[in-house]
Write a protein that binds this ligand. Structure first.
Ligand code: HDL
Ligand code: ZN
Length: 418
């Protein structure tokens, strides 16, 4: 089939916009759960309003005592958040506009004085059917979960041999193992693994046996860990030993990438609970040492601080076993998504994963992806306009190939996910 060549800036912008809107996305990092996980599968207006991003924003507009809020039940919390952030003032932040977009996409009244209509609508949904409908509406073929083998409720479900909707894939999350080794060691010992907190004897082999057991059970697309901004490598903490003697060898054995998510400062304000984490610039040389020491391992990398983004691009130019991904958490805002995407295109071409939703509530896909598609499309369009002005004709097959790489292909190639 012959390619269509575009000859003007307007034609190129329109073609990129259309291609991005049409592209089916593989959402490589979410906190969603397949409907078979029951109550772990969050959806509906109360879960949307209980998103920790909105909880932090609530406390900016009220002098409410934290414990008084936490003493409320979920419905009362949602009613309060709706009233304070959506009724008494215009919902102009990214997270509040997101809820407005979801309600609009579902044909619900975003100006309602209360949550009666939204609750009735969402309570009427069958979780199995609703999951597929929302994924289809968002143009997402597969959502990758965040799966913690140390979570008692989740691990019980996995151990029961749960069969899940194939549009949800697992990622084996290792924060508990790597960041909280002493308590993880105790949990492993109670599960029959011969491990010592001092990491003597068979400890690392036993951790590998644990990783093998959960890799076989979950069939994850990758292993992942969120590391603090203070992360250094190598050092004399358990993280270095566990990465080098258990996790990275296990990733090689199962041909899995390791996702490094670096830059959080945990519990800056503990009174906010899950909403209490902060951010700081991290040391990108730790990633360079890992990529250099483990050239046969593949890494996925995202960093939380805006100040780390440019050096992240430089590091990825030096190490082709690192695939950068997403505009993570505090970066998942239109102004920053545009900046990050443009500098990545300028320095890496189409060799990164443009975005992940990080959605915690299913319906959030109805805003996180439309917003990111719009912004990423704008950045890519200007890149192609530049190519056109440089004197190289731009075709539809050029555009479609790169849009696929950025939103689906690069991640699936990196994880051998056909
Ligand atoms: O560690 C992570 O995967 C982060 O995404 C945290 O879950 C964070 O609380 C979050 O939800 N960010 O969007
Ligand atoms: Zn996340």
């Amino acid at each position: 089939m012959t390619s269509t060549q575009y000859h003007t800036t307007e034609e190129i912008r329109s073609a990129v916009h259309t291609a991005v809107q049409r592209q089916i996305v593989t959402d490589m990092h979410t906190h969603l759960f397949a409907p078979e996980f029951g109550s772990l599968n969050l959806f509906g207006i109360d879960a949307l309003l209980g998103y920790h991003y909105l909880i932090s924003e609530l406390f900016r507009v009220t002098r409410l005592v934290y414990d008084d809020f936490w003493a409320m039940d979920g419905l009362a919390q949602a009613d309060l958040i709706w009233r304070e952030l959506f009724v008494r003032r215009a919902p102009i932040s990214e997270a509040t506009q997101g809820v407005v977009r979801v309600l609009t996409a579902l044909g619900l009244d975003a100006t309602a004085p209360d949550l009666t209509e939204a609750r009735e609508y969402l309570r009427a949904q069958d979780p199995m059917e609703y999951a597929n409908r929302i994924l289809d509406m968002a143009g997402v073929d597969v959502a990758v979960m965040t799966n913690d083998p140390f979570d008692p409720e989740e691990s019980r479900l996995w151990m029961s041999g749960i069969e899940i909707n194939p549009r949800y894939k697992a990622a084996l999350r290792l924060d508990q193992l790597l960041i909280h080794w002493p308590s993880a060691c105790a949990t492993l010992r109670s599960a029959g693994y011969d491990v010592e907190v001092g990491m003597t004897g068979a400890t690392c082999d036993e951790v590998r046996r644990f990783l093998s057991s959960w890799t076989e059970r979950m069939q994850p697309l990758y292993m992942a860990v969120s590391l603090p901004a203070s992360f250094t490598y190598p050092d004399d903490t358990p993280i270095t030993r566990l990465l080098s003697e258990a996790v990275l060898p296990a990733c090689l054995e199962y041909d899995l990438p390791l996702a490094l998510m670096i830059g959080v400062r945990r519990q800056v304000n503990p009174a906010l609970r899950l909403a209490g984490d902060g951010v700081a610039r991290a040391d990108v040389t730790a990633v360079e040492h890992l990529a250099s020491d483990y050239p046969d391992n593949r890494f996925l990398l995202t960093m939380l601080s805006r100040e780390n983004q440019h050096e992240l691009c430089v590091t990825c130019r030096k190490f082709n076993n690192i695939l950068p991904f997403g505009c993570w958490w505090f970066l998942n805002n239109p102004s920053i998504i545009e900046e990050i995407t443009r500098e990545r295109l300028e320095m890496l071409g189409a060799t990164f994963v443009a975005q992940h939703s990080d959605a915690r509530v299913l319906d959030q896909l109805l805003y996180k992806w439309p917003v990111s598609r719009e912004i990423i499309g704008r950045a890519l369009a200007e890149t192609y306009v530049g190519l056109h002005h440089a004197g190289r004709p731009v075709t539809d097959s050029d555009i479609e190939a790169d849009v696929h790489r950025l939103l689906r292909g690069n991640f699936r190639d990196w994880t051998n996910f056909a």
